[in-house]
Design a protein around this ligand. Structure first.
Ligand code: HEC
Ligand code: HEC
Ligand code: HEC
Length: 321
């Protein structure tokens, strides 16, 4: 009966010779031993399994419907998995701990499955056991020869577990999110010169030159707007020609609002004589929609932060809303 000792919580048919049903608590020591033995056998590639190894599914079948009081730590048994937890499991665990599990005793797919008490130690949830087993040098999860989970990912998972597994839905990015798009030059055109100076060097940090080079006239605030979030330097930005015009609206510390048109290369710039009082806030307006910078800034060289990949915490380019 190769692999027949694998426990499948979602279908009792995968567990033949079901042992006589007993109270889950009373049966636990034996079950725990069986699980450990099953693990060793599994790792050793063993196939023959004593009858003892078949865990009864009576108590496992209740995992999906457990109520809050059923958790050993009294916490909720239902909820949503935050992104860092979902991603770790998907990347390192669910090739085996799928639902139904493929080469593991149980599924680790849902909140309820992580919140369920572990067979190895009913005082601990599978979430807690996961933290332990990922750092267990002798019996790591995922099992050798798979690479161990990077410490940073374990730390994030462990922090969620020790915070009491707060439910947090992992919002998948909207398909039209410009920052979810791969790097591309949407216009397909690169700046070659020969245009009005206002359209020069789209995407580059304007003030890096314009502050230091005496020849370059006073440009005190400038940047470039793009269609998507990760466009390369000198790629022409802005809404495509024929599309409605975009504007960038700056509100300075004195509540003065400065509206700057986005030109043919996607650039916008301020050359007015009145100084911009810092810090300022910024909003891109286009086609009746807005995209705003939540924070305020002291630096007026927009492209210095809004680079292709984004620096100083900026998500990438200044994108059309
Ligand atoms: C290659 C298949 C495989 C992968 C990948 C895998 N596991 Fe396992 N897992 C098993 C097997 C087999 C067992 C039962 C034997 C054992 O406990 O070692 C198991 C048991 C467990 C248990 C229950 C035993 C206990 O100690 O409580 C936990 C928890 C667990 N795995 C967590 C994880 C986590 C977390 C990951 C990803 C980081 C992972 N596993 C990846 C195969 C796998
Ligand atoms: C690599 C340095 C450099 C970068 C980056 C740069 N500029 Fe310039 N810019 C210059 C120099 C030098 C001049 C003056 C010489 C010239 O006219 O070509 C100039 C001239 C200009 C002028 C004309 C000034 C006038 O008085 O007519 C404007 C407007 C301008 N730049 C806007 C921008 C904008 C907007 C950006 C960013 C999107 C930018 N520049 C990026 C170097 C740069
Ligand atoms: C010192 C770095 C820095 C500078 C300079 C800067 N930004 Fe930002 N910007 C950020 C950061 C960080 C965020 C993300 C957090 C936030 O929204 O405040 C951001 C976000 C934005 C967003 C929203 C992006 C999104 O999530 O859709 C817009 C729009 C924006 N900035 C416009 C501008 C404009 C216009 C300028 C120049 C007038 C500018 N920024 C200058 C750092 C900067």
């Amino acid at each position: 009966m190769p692999h027949s000792f694998l426990i499948d919580p979602s279908s009792s048919s995968a567990v033949p010779n079901q042992a006589a049903a007993g109270s889950p608590r009373r049966r636990l020591p034996r079950v725990a031993g069986a699980l450990a033995a099953a693990g060793l056998l599994w790792l050793a590639g063993g196939c023959s399994t004593p009858e003892e190894m078949f865990l009864d599914t009576a108590d496992m079948s209740s995992l999906g419907s457990m109520d809050a009081s059923a958790n050993p730590d009294g916490s909720m048994a239902t909820g949503e998995l935050p992104c860092e937890v979902r991603d770790l499991l998907a990347k390192h665990c669910q090739s085996c701990h799928s639902d139904p599990p493929k080469a593991a005793p149980m599924a680790l797919m849902t909140y309820a499955q992580l919140a369920a008490p572990s067979k190895a130690d009913a005082k601990k949830t599978y979430a807690e056991r996961s933290v332990m087993r990922m750092q267990d040098g002798a019996r790591p999860m995922p099992p050798a020869p798979a690479a161990t989970v990077p410490q940073k990912e374990i730390d994030a998972f462990a922090a969620w577990v020790s915070a009491g597994r707060p439910s947090k839905k992992c919002e998948t990015m909207q398909p039209d999110d410009p920052f979810a798009k791969p790097p591309m030059c949407s216009s397909g055109k690169t700046y070659m010169g020969g245009t009005p100076k206002e359209e020069m060097n789209p995407g580059l940090a304007c003030l890096a030159c314009h502050k230091s080079k005496g020849k370059a006239a006073e440009v005190t605030l400038a940047g470039t707007v793009y269609i998507t979030g990760h466009e390369p330097d000198k790629c022409l930005g802005g809404p495509a020609s024929g599309m409605p015009m975009a504007t960038v609206e700056i509100t300075d510390a004195n509540k003065r609002v400065i509206s700057l048109p986005v030109n043919a290369s996607g650039n916008f710039l301020y050359r007015g004589s009145m100084a911009i009082a810092l810090p300022y806030t910024a909003v891109v307006k286009w086609n009746g929609k807005t995209r705003e910078m939540k924070g305020s800034q002291m630096n007026t060289d927009c492209n210095g932060c809004h680079t292709q990949d984004g620096s100083n915490g900026a998500p990438g380019r200044i994108a059309l809303p």
